[in-house]
Design a protein around this ligand. Structure first.
Ligand SMILES: Cc1cc2nc3c(=O)[nH]c(=O)nc-3n(C[C@H](O)[C@H](O)[C@H](O)COP(=O)(O)OP(=O)(O)OC[C@H]3O[C@@H](n4cnc5c(N)ncnc54)[C@H](O)[C@@H]3O)c2cc1C
Ligand code: FES
Length: 305
């Protein structure tokens, strides 16, 4: 059964602010400890951790990430990058943030073993933030698998800018991996869900949902599109949107070491305006890039590079 939740955004009580591209005047990251306020399991594989950090939270912008130290010892040595899923507020002040994560290996297993009251070291906020054209009045967010991580904060940010027509197309493997709609997106978003096996929402791939939005005139050039997910999904979304002249921003995920441009451990390829292909660092040049500029393994441009 297709899950479609349509909730009107409640009145703002004042005219919505004009849409504008946020100046990418981002705050420098900090390295600090935060207290874990909650660490709850929301699917058999997915957890949401809430971290109290009134110093770091006000600096965080939609689309950015943090690099978490997942153990109290030295193994795993490297921190693990996680998108900012939500910034929590108390009396109008940002006091903490959440990350949404799938348990897939030693780092995320350690994260899942942490409890309320434990402290966790993190570096952040890292990376760039979303960049929304002033003229965009409608948004489509496209998430595959744990690419759902940054979506809620991105949607909330768009709502804060006054955008009311936001659709999330969300695809995952099966019911074990499908995050409940209320965790995936804020009220006021239209949410379309699919799974590979049809155990939640429509059976099929997220690109089918996006294709239907396009054919129904609910996604057209000029709309803001943000996507996060695995490379095969990026390729399919890029090809589909490209056919219709629709631009998108993609939050990429590369293996990372430092998270702030020192170790050169997170290269990816990006096509430049003159057609050449250059290496960029996911952590400092991104992690958000125009989707149409990314060169993935197997692309013609990749072979030629
Ligand atoms: C900018 C950024 C934001 C991210 N946001 C989130 C998020 O919000 N939620 C979330 O669950 N995960 C997110 N990730 C991925 C997350 O960092 C990895 O899942 C995590 O590091 C895995 O650590 P581990 O020790 O548990 O598993 P590992 O033992 O490190 O990895 C387990 C398996 O996953 C693969 N893997 C690990 N990291 C990556 C990667 N970056 N790309 C492709 N395959 C990988 C490994 O090859 C291995 O097969 C993000 C990554 C980046 C770069
Ligand atoms: S993770 Fe070290 S340079 Fe990007």
């Amino acid at each position: 059964m297709e899950v479609e939740v349509e909730v009107e955004v409640l009145g703002f009580g004042y005219p919505p602010p004009p849409m504008s591209t946020p100046a990418q005047t981002l705050e420098p990251p900090v390295c600090m400890d935060g207290e874990i306020l909650a660490n709850r399991q929301i699917t058999p594989v997915t957890w949401i951790m809430t971290i109290h950090s009134p110093d770091a939270a006000p600096r965080m912008r939609a689309g950015q990430f943090v690099n978490l130290h997942t153990s109290r010892g030295i193994v795993p040595l490297l921190r693990r990058p996680m998108s900012i899923h939500k910034v929590i507020e108390h009396m109008g002040q940002a006091t903490g943030f959440c990350v949404l994560y799938d348990v897939i290996g030693p780092g995320t297993e350690n994260l899942a073993s942490m409890r309320k009251g434990d402290r966790i070291s993190f570096i952040g906020p890292l990376g760039n933030a979303i960049s929304v054209p002033e003229t965009a009045r409608r948004a489509v967010l496209i998430a595959g698998g744990v690419g759902i991580g940054p979506i809620k904060y991105v949607a909330e940010d768009l709502q804060r800018r006054g955008m009311r027509d936001i659709t999330l197309c969300y695809g995952s493997r099966d019911s074990d991996h499908s995050v409940p709609v209320k965790e995936a997106a804020p009220d006021g978003c239209r949410v379309l869900v699919c799974t590979d096996d049809g155990s939640v929402g429509r059976k099929g791939f997220v690109t089918e949902l996006v294709g239907e939005l396009i054919s129904g005139g609910r996604l057209t050039p000029g709309d803001y599109v943000f996507t996060c997910g695995p490379v095969p999904m990026f390729k399919a979304v890029r090809d589909l949107l490209g056919e219709h002249g629709i631009a998108a921003e993609a939050a990429t995920e590369e293996y990372m070491g430092c998270g702030f441009g020192v170790c050169f451990g997170c290269p990816l390829k990006q096509r430049q305006p003159d057609g050449s292909v250059e290496y960029k660092l996911c952590c400092v040049d991104g992690c958000i890039f125009p989707l149409e500029t990314l060169v993935f393994e197997g692309d013609e441009e990749d072979d030629a590079a």
